[in-house]
Design a protein around this ligand. Structure first.
Ligand code: CO
Length: 136
């Protein structure tokens, strides 16, 4: 049986801000049995990648309290930090954002933890969710 193919963006990863990566890791590794995926550090955060089907869970622990994750955890506690959608054409997607009046955090793409180009969209344009777009 083949999976139905759907058009549009797919969920690349969900970024979860944590206080203590080593303390929460056994839940994801041993209980949910998600496989480790090596990722680079990004934006002042230590990142543990875990494969969940075709998507990743990224556990993000601030290395520096002044980093975006450090500030998020200080203000709101641990929790879902952002959702990343992979798109076919990141530049075209950012153009569509601009045309629609969507507020971008990153005006031009930069490299993310998976070594792909990414750009963040401001939560004020996305019902309060920090959205990251990435190349596939
Ligand atoms: Co991300």
């Amino acid at each position: 049986m083949t999976k139905p193919t759907r058009r549009g963006a797919s969920i690349a990863h969900i970024g979860i801000a944590v206080r203590d990566l080593d303390a929460i890791l056994p839940f994801y590794r041993s209980v949910l049995q998600l496989e480790h995926v090596a990722l680079d550090e990004s934006d002042g955060a230590r990142i543990e990648g875990l494969a969940a089907g075709d998507s990743l869970v990224e556990l993000l622990e601030a290395k520096d309290p002044a980093s975006p994750i450090g500030k998020f955890v200080a203000a709101r506690g641990p929790g879902i930090h952002h959702i990343c959608f992979a798109v076919d054409d990141l530049d075209a997607a950012l153009d569509r954002c601009r045309a629609a009046g969507v507020r971008l955090i990153d005006q031009t793409p930069r490299l993310g933890a998976e070594g792909k180009r990414i750009a963040f969209i401001h939560p004020s344009s996305t019902a309060g969710v920090l959205v990251e777009l990435s190349d596939r």
